[in-house]
Design a protein around this ligand. Structure first.
Ligand code: G3H
Ligand code: 13P
Ligand code: ZN
Length: 338
């Protein structure tokens, strides 16, 4: 099956009331882990690569890995998505590389750190929508800024600044109408990485009510939750048990995501939980069997550990069981529909 536009998948998810996890990849084993989970659960798949991932793996490797993935998994609909494109140029180069979906994150300036203006965001998003839609490629945009980061991409906002940069529902409505984006990432108090909340988040820090408000204004826009890793205690414990030094922290409870899915969240970005699973599995092998030096001895358990996390998320988000029911629409057909 060829790679399909993400919009098709999210439309199907909306019609059937489920969410789709979007999992970050940097290498072959992570792609394989996602596909292991998808085949086991019959789930449609969004594979996403950040700018850093594209630089790390090299676009040519990534393109061919994704073509191989589609070839090897003819029954699974797959969308290939650029995560956090920092400029129209980044999104255009992703489209040239065969990505079927791009995120133009104009909530930040091109440095991927400083919050931008509303006008800048509209301008760059519209440029990307014009080119992408002409080719049938889907566009995710972002309005509002995520919280401070320990790693990855985003504005290093303090706890107080996060509250100032939450998505304003009225502005989100205007933005979606002006830009014509297919999916909209909203800021509700989450951040990327393993250190999101100091305690289990309540409604004061994780603003699910903002999602509900935006969904009531934009019932036909697919909402995206970034920074959605749950940072499971058991994964952190494995890392620390085998010599790691991660601090205690709390992620986004899966139940909160499920609540979001009831209110228009269709794409859920998860990277950190998979990083934790992979790192824990590798540390365990290194620690328990220090004589091993064949990469397969640690990459295989790492791949299995990531597949387990992805599988659990696919089941919780409700995408399990839908792979064979998502309509297959080509980019050409999608371009005609816009
Ligand atoms: O945007 C955040 C994702 O976790 C990707 O992180 O930019 O370090 O690849 P990255
Ligand atoms: P996490 O760091 O919570 O996994 O978020 C990933 C993300 O939002 C990628 O865009
Ligand atoms: Zn993100």
């Amino acid at each position: 099956m060829p790679l399909i536009p993400m919009r098709v998948m999210l439309d199907h998810a909306a019609e059937n009331g489920y969410g789709v996890g979007a999992f970050n990849v940097n290498n072959m084993e992570q792609i394989q882990a996602i596909m292991m989970a998808a085949t086991e659960t019959n789930s449609p798949v969004i594979v996403q690569a950040s700018r850093g991932a594209r630089a790390f793996s090299n676009d040519n490797y990534l393109r061919h890995l994704m073509l191989a993935t589609a070839e090897l998994n003819p029954r699974i609909p797959i969308a290939m998505h650029q995560d956090h494109g920092n400029s129209p140029a980044t999104c255009f180069s992703a489209i040239d590389q065969g990505f079927t979906s791009v995120m133009m994150d104009g909530s930040l300036q091109e440095d991927g750190k400083a919050p931008s203006t509303y006008e800048y965001n509209v301008d760059v998003t519209k440029q990307v929508v014009a080119k992408a839609h002409a080719l049938g490629v889907s566009v995710e945009a972002e309005i509002g800024c995520l919280g401070g980061i320990e790693d990855g991409h985003g504005a290093g906002l303090s706890d107080d600044e996060v509250l100032e940069h939450l998505t304003d529902p009225e502005e989100a409505q205007r933005f979606a109408e002006e830009t014509g984006c297919d999916a909209l990432a909203v800021a509700i108090g989450t951040s990327h990485g393993a250190y999101k909340f100091k305690e289990k988040p309540t409604g004061d820090v994780l603003k699910m009510d903002v999602i509900e408000n935006i969904h009531s204004r934009l019932p036909n826009t697919h909402l995206v939750m970034h920074g959605s890793s749950s940072v499971p205690r058991e994964l952190v414990d494995i890392i620390n048990q085998y010599g790691g030094e991660l601090k205690e922290s709390y992620g986004v409870p899966v139940e909160a995501i499920q609540q979001g899915i009831k209110h228009g969240v269709r794409k859920i970005n998860v990277d950190t939980d998979n990083r934790l699973a992979v790192t824990g599995a590798i540390r365990k092998v290194f620690s328990e069997t220090p004589g091993k030096f064949d990469p397969r001895d640690y990459m295989k358990p790492a791949r299995i550990a990531m597949a387990e996390v992805v599988k659990a998320r696919m089941i919780s988000f409700g995408q399990a069981g839908w792979a064979d029911k998502v309509p297959i629409v080509s980019l050409e057909e999608m371009a005609k529909r816009y």
